[in-house]
Design a protein around this ligand. Structure first.
Ligand SMILES: [Zn+2]
Length: 172
């Protein structure tokens, strides 16, 4: 399933105590919750996660998960290839109470008694890193002049007809 030394199952407590680093590459198609991104299934997912234990006895996982997904641009509705980078910085907890007790600047990763797969951690982090709205920097089918900022400033917001006329003019 995964290339390199990536494990299918995680034992986060043991990894933290061993200060283990896992590094390698998977495919978007390896992550069940990302399979709806059909155009992106062959995209590599690059992974580096370092487990550690600090002086307070907290166990951490830190690192980065990144890939590219074909999202839908909310301006032109065409595909926009979006780089998704999840910077991971989590504290391992075993109960909801431990999660709630963490200082506000620390995010928990709830480890249950069940076997935890690497895939579920990766997909969760990537989904959290998705942009709320995907947009092209410059939509492929829109001419440059349409995004001219000088034009926007001349439109008076209290005159909707002027705005409309201007929009119509642009479409020619
Ligand atoms: Zn677009």
């Amino acid at each position: 399933m995964f290339s390199g030394q990536l494990p299918t199952y995680l034992d986060p407590r043991k990894y933290a105590d061993q200060e283990r680093v896992i590094e390698g590459e998977a495919r978007v198609g390896d992550l069940p919750r990302l399979r709806e991104y059909r155009e992106s299934l062959d995209q590599p997912v690059r992974i580096r996660l370092a487990f550690s234990r600090d002086d307070d006895g907290r166990r951490h996982v830190r690192g980065r998960v990144e890939t590219t997904l074909a999202l839908v641009c909310q301006r032109c509705l065409e595909t926009v290839e979006s780089r998704i980078v999840a910077d991971v910085d989590l504290v391992l907890v075993w109960t909801e109470e431990q999660a709630k007790a963490l200082p506000a600047d620390l995010d928990p990763l709830l480890v249950t008694g069940e076997r935890m797969t690497l895939a579920e951690v990766l997909e969760e982090e990537l989904l959290l890193a998705l942009p709320l709205i995907a947009l092209h920097d410059q939509c492929p089918n829109s001419p440059l002049e349409e995004s001219g900022e000088a034009d926007e400033e001349q439109i008076k917001p209290d005159n909707p007809f002027a705005v409309l006329a201007r929009l119509k003019g642009r479409r020619k």
